[in-house]
Design a protein around this ligand. Structure first.
Ligand SMILES: *Cc1c(COP(=O)(O)O)cnc(C)c1O
Length: 232
């Protein structure tokens, strides 16, 4: 059973603890978000048996399907993918937290739908720290204005920032993305956004570097669930 979910999860937790030790941080400072996108409900059941309740998913359609199949587990769905505005209604109903809030039109759509549901959720603002055109997120220069506007919406508690680093084997290039997110958070805090605490950054391929740069949460899929058979 060298390749069971339990073994892989334990190995990831050990690597997180080691990275924390190297960075002089406590492992309590770094949460693990298990990213279950594209993996079948059975994999989430197994993870739930190992104590995992929060699952990162990229697509509302997949959340909807899994939520109905896994209702008894009461999973907490964390949306980490680009959300089309016309899916805001489903998100407002089903999602525990959104980490991919990346534009004002989405914030407004979610706010309306959350009001209708009578719900308030935590959100992270996704910031583009990499020059790759495929990455979503606000430009860093837009963040201050965006946070000001979000203060007018009361259905979302803005808890921090999320980013995806450049997809590269170059440690210094990847770490520069993570560092720029931390510095941005620090600047926003200094400007009065004290609630901005969390930094969701780092995936299977780069989470140790993210921890070095101050991640408070790493989003890990393939290192826990195995390699994905099809792209998300
Ligand atoms: C898929 C995904 C992850 C996890 O990726 P792995 O490489 O499988 O760990 C993390 N964050 C986001 C935004 C993703 O889409």
């Amino acid at each position: 059973m060298s390749d069971s979910l339990e073994t892989r999860l334990a190995a990831v937790r050990r690597r997180i603890a080691l990275a924390c030790e190297r960075a002089g941080r406590s492992p309590d400072e770094v949460a693990l978000l298990a990213v279950s996108k594209t993996f079948p409900p059975q994999a989430l059941r197994q993870a739930a048996e190992l104590g995992i309740r929060r699952f990162g998913e990229s697509r509302m359609q997949e959340i909807r399907q899994k939520d109905s199949e896994l209702a008894s587990l009461k999973p907490e769905w964390v949306l980490i993918g680009h959300l089309q505005t016309n899916k805001a209604k489903d998100a407002a109903r089903l999602v525990h937290e959104v980490q991919s809030l990346d534009r004002w039109s989405l914030a407004e759509a979610l706010d309306g739908r959350l009001q209708a549901e009578g719900r308030t959720i935590d959100v992270l603002v996704q910031v583009k720290t990499s020059p790759e055109p495929s990455k979503f997120g606000l430009e860093p220069a837009e963040l201050a204005g965006f946070l000001e506007r979000l203060q007018g919406l009361h259905t979302m508690r803005v808890k921090g920032l999320m980013t995806m680093a450049v997809n590269s084997p170059d440690e210094s290039a990847v770490r520069a993305c993570f560092r720029s997110l931390r510095e941005l958070r620090d600047r926003m805090q200094a400007q009065g956004h004290a609630g901005l605490q969390r930094l969701s950054m780092g995936m299977s391929g780069d989470f140790e570097w993210a921890i070095q740069e101050g991640a408070t949460e790493v989003r890990i899929g393939s290192a826990i669930f195995g390699s994905r058979q099809y792209p998300d």
